[in-house]
Design a protein around this ligand. Structure first.
Ligand SMILES: [Zn+2]
Length: 115
């Protein structure tokens, strides 16, 4: 049999007593990105109306966190953390906007700061 369905999560297969059960998507979903301390990034599907939990278990056994709630990684500065979280965003236009803001801010700091 051809497997044509793309599974969005590692949940149970849509089978019951060996027979394929028709699968209907019950509600719109949101894909929520998580990142664990080892750097694994993955997305977990939730119902669009659901509020995703702040932490989720990664496949490696570590706790993964929502971007924005993540603690700084080892040796990671605030700037590194911001850039990492920025890169998790998927909307290039938004990314460009934020990047421009950051660059302007850095330029202003450089001009006003000590040489
Ligand atoms: Zn992990």
């Amino acid at each position: 049999m051809i497997q044509h369905a793309t599974r969005v999560a590692s949940g149970p297969a849509h089978r019951w007593q060996g027979a394929e059960v028709p699968y209907e998507r019950p509600a719109p979903r949101q894909l929520v990105p998580y990142r664990c301390d080892r750097g694994h990034v993955f997305e977990v599907p939730f119902a669009a109306a659901a509020e995703p939990p702040g932490e989720w278990a990664c496949r490696c056994g570590m706790l993964a966190r929502l971007p924005g709630t993540a603690a700084n990684g080892p040796g990671e500065s605030e700037h590194d953390r911001c850039m990492r979280l920025l890169l998790l965003r998927r909307i290039p236009a938004q990314l460009g906007e934020i990047l421009a803001e950051q660059l302007a801010e850095m330029a202003a700091q450089r001009e006003g700061g000590t040489p």
